[in-house]
Every structure is written in structure tokens, then in C-alpha cells.
Design a protein around this ligand. Sequence first.
Ligand SMILES: CSC[C@@H](O)[C@@H](O)C(=O)COP(=O)(O)O
Length: 348
Amino acid sequence: MILEGRHTRSIARTTDGKGIRILDQRQLPWEIRWAELRDVDAAAVAIREMWTRGAPMIGATAAYGLAMALAVDAGDAGMDVAYDTLVETRPTAINLRWALDQVRAAVAGLPPAERAAAAFARADAICDEDAGLCRSIGEHGLALLRSLHAKNPGRPLNILTHCNAGWLATVDYGTATAPIYLAHDAGIPVHVWVDETRPRNQGALLTAFELRNHGVPHTVIADNAGGLLMMQGQVDAVIVGTDRVTANGDVCNKIGTYLKALAARDNGVPFYVALPYTTFDPATARGADIPIEARSAEEVTRLTGPDENGRIATIRVTDSFALNPAFDVTPARLVTGYITERGVLERI
Ligand SMILES: CSC[C@@H](O)[C@@H](O)C(=O)COP(=O)(O)O
């Protein structure tokens, strides 16, 4: 399924300006379906049930959710209830709290009649800023990929990524994918190893969809294949996104990221983390202090997708007890560099 354009903004206001449209990521890559969210409860459901996902996109959706709440009840008490509802939807990505705090600060001290408009304006600005941040991450990452490719100019540059940190997870470009898109557009022969990213398969379903749309050569691999490929010299760099980087540089990202970082270190493969400043959490000292989201065991025990007739079907993988921590923490010592809008930093 190809969208118009290579990447697109996956969040926008509805034409009447009172709600938002998001790409319903539960349907991808099988169907392009936009969902309209018209109140704070709809925004909370969309975040919690992962119609939309990825740290910056969660923040953007929540910002609009708070604005929609203020359009109904602009009082302080109502705002606090809406804030609490939204901030609890997903605990790990710091962008969620950051964006809600931004909207709350933007309306502080305003008369109730002016609050909703100010909140929507701040949410719009968060989206515009995020697209710019990701573009800058892409430009700094492009310079990095150029130098990596120059070491072996005769062959494709092999990047391994985990989960989806692409334009679906941000407002545009993505974080981990932005350098890849810009490198591909600049004529650097990039090939991407895409971890399928069990249990929700964000790699196989979403990152592969994005790369296909953009025409970037890629190969989907089982999550456990990366170590072997690194050992065989088939990975030049790992680039991942993140839900939160703490004051000491620890990186929280989709479950399985830590194992990739360990394998990368053991094989001398550089391990990069792409992030905007909105994902940095200086108030949290270290990764062990981050709340790790526990999601439903059914995400592990069930698989969902279209059957041979195109009908969406769910099959059971096991009836045993299952555990589903959604994120893990990669210690700062395993990170080669942080690709940010300010440049590629050895320390955050
Ligand atoms: C630019 S998105 C960065 C992270 O949010 C991304 O890598 C990730 O882990 C997403 O997890 P998800 O559970 O799909 O929201």
C-alpha cells in the first residue's frame, strides 16, 4: 500500500479545526485508514490502544487531547482531570508529559474563554517543531552515514533498526529513519535490516511499510537474527529511537533494544540513538528509575493479521502464561552516540 508522497504528516487538525485526524496504525500496512478524534477520551483511547504510537506522536496526540478537553471545560479542575487521564495512558515515553506540560504552561493565567485556542495553537506548534527537529536529526545523521559509507564505498551501507522510529512515530521524517531517508535521497546506497519487533511487530508492519513507500532497500529479520548478522560483518551501524533518555544517558526503548546494543558492543558495531530534546529527561537520574509499561499478555499469546482471503484474523500462539514488558533500558556505556538536532553527541 503506497501513500501519496514518500512520507507524510500522520497527524493534522480536522477541517473544522476542532478535532484531529490520525493515521490508524492498527490497520497498517494492510489499510490506510484515518481516524478522527474529537474529544479527550478518544485521544486517550487512541494512545492507550496504540492507534497512534511512538514517543513524539504520543506527545502530539496528547497535546491536542488536552486542547479538546479545554474546548469543553476550560476550568482548572477540568484541565487537571484531562491532564491526569492523558498522562496515565502510557507511562514510559517522556514526550507525553513534556507535551502536556507545554500546553498547560501555554494556557496558564489566560481567561477560560481564551484557553482552548491557545492550547490548540501550542499543539500545532509542537507538531511543527517536531517535524523540524526530526529534519535536523536527519541532517546530522546524514553526515554520520556519509562518513560510515566512506569506509567501505564499494558496498551498501547496512543499518539495523528496531521497532518503528519513523514518520509514523513522529510528526514527520522520524528520528532513527530520518538519516536513512536523507542518505537514500542523497544517493548513498543504504540497506536496512528491520527487526520484526515482537510482540506487536512495529518493525515488520510499520518500518517496513515506511521504507517500502520511500523505496529504501530493506530486509525484515526475526528479532534474534541481528547478533548473527553483526558477527558476520553484515551490519555497519545500529540506529534506534528512544522513549526516554535519562540524565546519565541511559536509553529506554522498545523491548529488545538492549540485546541489540550488547551484540553491537561485542562485535564492534557502532550503536546510535536518535532523539530530539523532547525525549531527554534530565529530571530522571538513570534508566532504572523509568516506569516500564507492562502491556497485555495477549499481545504475546495472540497474532493478528489478514488471512488468505484478506479478512483480519487472530490466532493463538500459546495458552501458557505470558509476560509483556514493552520497553527495556540500554546503559549509556553501550551507546556510541546520540543523534540529535544539535549534532551527533558522544554524551547527552
Ligand atoms: C521516534 S519513536 C521512538 C520510540 O518511541 C520507538 O522507538 C518505540 O519504542 C515505540 O514504541 P511503541 O510501543 O510502538 O510506542
